[in-house]
Design a protein around this ligand. Sequence first.
Ligand SMILES: [Zn+2]
Length: 344
Amino acid sequence: MESDEEVLNNLQKLTNVPKELLVEKIENKRKEMRGLLSFEGAAHLVAKEYGINLFNKPEKNLQIKDLVSGMKNCNFVGRIFKISNTNEFKRKDNSLGRVVNLFIGDTSGFVKLALWDKQVTLVEDGTIKIGSQIEIVNAIVKENTFGDLEISVGKYGAIKMAENVHLPSFEEMNERFLSGKVSRVKLKDLFPGSVEIAGTVVDVFRGNFIFNTCSICGTKMTDQEGKLVCPSHGAVESNPALVLSFLIDDGTENIRAVSFKQSAEKLLGITAGELKEQEIEDRNKFISERLIGKQLLLKGRAKRNKIFDRIEIIADEISEINPLEESKSLLAEVEAKLTTGVSG
Ligand SMILES: [Zn+2]
C-alpha cells in the first residue's frame, strides 16, 4: 500500500495538474462519499476523470483479497478448488465460443478465473485440475454484474504451475468459500466469505438504481455510442435490473451493502421495470422512504472493496426482521430440540 503522499505524487506526475487542485478534488470526492472513501480510493476516482488508471501498473505477488476491478498485469498464486462445467455459446459471427471458470483461493479469499476458447484445453487435458497450485501472470481484473471479481488472462498473460507454495487444501477452501455454511456475525468482526448479518439501514446511496442486462445471458450491458451492448452477445434486447446500495449498522459498525435484481425487487416491492418509469428524484425518495430505518437480515458474501478501503456485503438474500417472527422461530427451534430430546 502506498502512502497518501506517494499516491498524490504519482497522480501529479501522470496528470500534470497542480497538487493543490488534485488535493481539492480528492477531498471533494471524499466528502461526496461521506467519509466512506480512502484517500487512495478518491485519488483513483479523480485519476479516472483524467482518463488515467492509477492501478495500471504491474502488481506483483498480490493476495487475492487485494485484487480490485480495473487492475491489469497482476500476478498472484492460488490453488484451484473448483472447476465449473464448460459452457459453449455462439458468438455474433456464429463462431462457437467456450468458457470454463476456475475457482482459485489463497488464505485471504477466492476469485473466479475464466478460461476462454483454446485455454479450455488446459483443463480438458488435465494440465490443471482441482488441487493444482498455480501462478497467474499478467491477469486482468474485472467486476461482473453481481459485484464479484473475475480474472482473465489475455495474450500477454500466463498460467504457470506454482512450486513451493503452501496453501490450504482444496477441501478446506471449498468448506470455507463455497459450503454456504453461514454464521451470523457482528459487523466489526466481518471477514471475507459467506456471512449473515442483521442491522438497520441508516442511509441509501443515491443513484439511478437501474442497470441494463443482456436478455440472453443476464450480463450487464454497456453503452457504446448510444447502443446497449453485451460483451458476449452484442446489441441484443436488454432488460432493466435493480441495484441497491445502502449503509447498514448493527451497533458495532456500519458497512455498505449491495443488493441486485430479484432480491432487491422483493425488498422494495417494486420491479425494475416499474421503477424505471419514475424520475430519478422520485426513485431516490421512494427507495429512501422504503429502506431507511428498516431492520434487515442479510445473507451474502462479505468482500473487501479496496476502492472504499473496507469490507462490504453483496447480499444474495434480504429479509425484513419482524421481531414477532424472530421469537416464533426461536421458540420452534427450542420446541424441536425438546421433542428430539424426549423421543431420543
Ligand atoms: Zn449476453
